[in-house]
Design a binder for this molecule. Structure first.
Ligand SMILES: Cc1ncc(COP(=O)(O)O)c(C=O)c1O
Length: 408
């Protein structure tokens, strides 16, 4: 007879992953896959991707690389020099970060790896990292994997929008605080920080000797009336940016290159050198074909971003129109990015159960707000970036027929 081991390794490991929730989108996608395999039709308003094909110039660059043949080796750890320079030029021309140079840039496997590299390089275990909540769950994972404490500051809501409360950040600073993380446009809120708050936050970080890590994954995806500004572009930051601002960027959303896993970090040149230690131990370098795809995409950035914004605006408005007429949710109006966070009616307390119900009974995939931290409980994130308007309307029909109070 088999005896059960007393020290089951599944219960007896001390890894930092232990205190981290499973990636929430993986769970909801697993349920969606199960339903699809059973023959049910589903509409995916879950994943925050843009359902657009990447720019042709991106694929042309990759084709040229394949046609050239030869040994397909590593690039230098921080990336190919011409791609680093192209990213620096993009940051100068489109983000007004005048001091950006090739040696300020490291190419990474997406913005996520840029964030992990940054955390591993800037922090010591036990440090506190201030984030805004509800916020992007992968930042929480990375902060914890670095052995740090995520100190979440709320995003108060005014009318249909969220605000960045800089007084609350100042109150949350302790002697252990090392980093403040800003995501603007934010995930899951689509909120954009206003210029006055951005200046206050940048000054606060400079005065208190804190790093400001600015995740600008959705930088070019803004709606009329809103504009994205990087803290690294502020006049006071231009002088001090070498010391305390790190910008994180991505090719996943704006250019439809999520599967290629390509992004970057931009910071002081010495920090980029230092981050090579994290980079080398995980991936050595970002995949060379992906770096080249990014290079090609940057050559078409203006046309492509304009197109992406036009398409996204139509999709955003179509989804808001649908949600506005549902009695059980109240959407907020995102200023940028590819989703809206909608508050559930107060009777509906369990957003996780509701999102499961939405998959099973309405055939619509969404993400429960509590995936984005405790402040997201009672909310649901609906992504509109991935689907054309007619498919959003089809999902709207099913949402209208869905009764959240009926039991499944
Ligand atoms: C704020 C934010 N940062 C980073 C990422 C991941 O970007 P990438 O695909 O470049 O790793 C996402 C994806 O949803 C995001 O919302």
């Amino acid at each position: 007879m088999l005896t059960k081991p007393t020290n089951d390794p599944r219960n007896d490991f001390a890894g930092r992953s232990r205190d981290i929730q499973r990636p929430p989108i993986a769970d909801i996608n697993a349920l969606a896959d199960e339903r699809t395999a059973q023959g049910h039709a589903l509409t995916n308003l879950g994943q925050a991707v843009l359902g657009l094909e990447p720019p042709e110039a991106a694929m042309d660059q990759v084709r040229r690389y394949l046609d050239a043949g030869g040994v397909q080796g590593y690039s230098p750890d921080p990336g190919l020099p011409e791609v680093r320079e192209a990213v620096a030029a993009f940051c100068r021309d489109h983000k007004e970060i005048d001091h950006a140079r090739a040696d300020n840039v490291m190419l990474t496997c997406g913005a996520n790896q840029a964030f992990v590299n940054t955390m591993l390089t800037l922090t010591r275990p036990g440090d506190e990292v201030i984030t805004f909540g509800p916020g992007y769950f992968d930042h929480d994972f990375a902060i914890r994997l670095a052995g740090c404490v995520n100190v979440e500051v709320g995003l108060p809501q005014t009318g249909e929008r969220f605000r960045f409360d800089i007084d609350a950040v100042a109150d949350a600073v302790t002697p252990r605080t090392r980093v403040v993380v800003l995501v603007s446009p934010g995930n899951p809120t689509g909120a954009i920080i206003d210029d006055a708050s951005l200046e206050r936050l940048t000054d606060l970080c400079a005065q208190r000797g804190l790093w400001l890590v600015s995740d600008e994954t959705y930088d070019l995806l803004t709606f009329p009336g809103a504009h994205h500004r990087s803290p690294a572009s502020l006049p006071q930051a231009q002088a001090q940016a070498q010391d305390h601002v790190v910008v994180i960027g991505s090719f996943s959303k704006v250019f439809g290159l999520a599967g290629w896993r390509i992004g970057y970090l931009l910071g002081p040149a010495w920090l980029v050198e230092e981050a090579i230690k994290a980079q080398d131990s995980v991936v050595v370098c970002a995949p060379v074909p992906a770096q080249l795809a990014a290079l090609g995409a940057l050559g078409q950035v203006d046309d492509f971003a304009r197109h992406a914004r036009t398409v996204l605006l139509q999709r955003r408005n179509a989804l808001l129109e649908i949600l506005d007429h549902l009695p059980w949710v109240t959407p907020t109006v995102p200023a940028g990015a590819t989703f809206t966070l909608a508050r559930l009616h107060q009777d509906l307390v369990d957003d996780v159960a509701l999102c499961r119900d939405l998959v099973i009974r309405a055939g619509v995939v969404t993400v429960p707000g509590s995936a984005f931290g405790p402040r997201g409980a009672g909310w649901v994130r609906f992504s509109f970036g991935n689907l054309p308007v007619d498919q959003l309307q089809e999902a709207g029909e099913r949402l209208r027929q869905f009764d959240p109070y009926a039991s499944s």
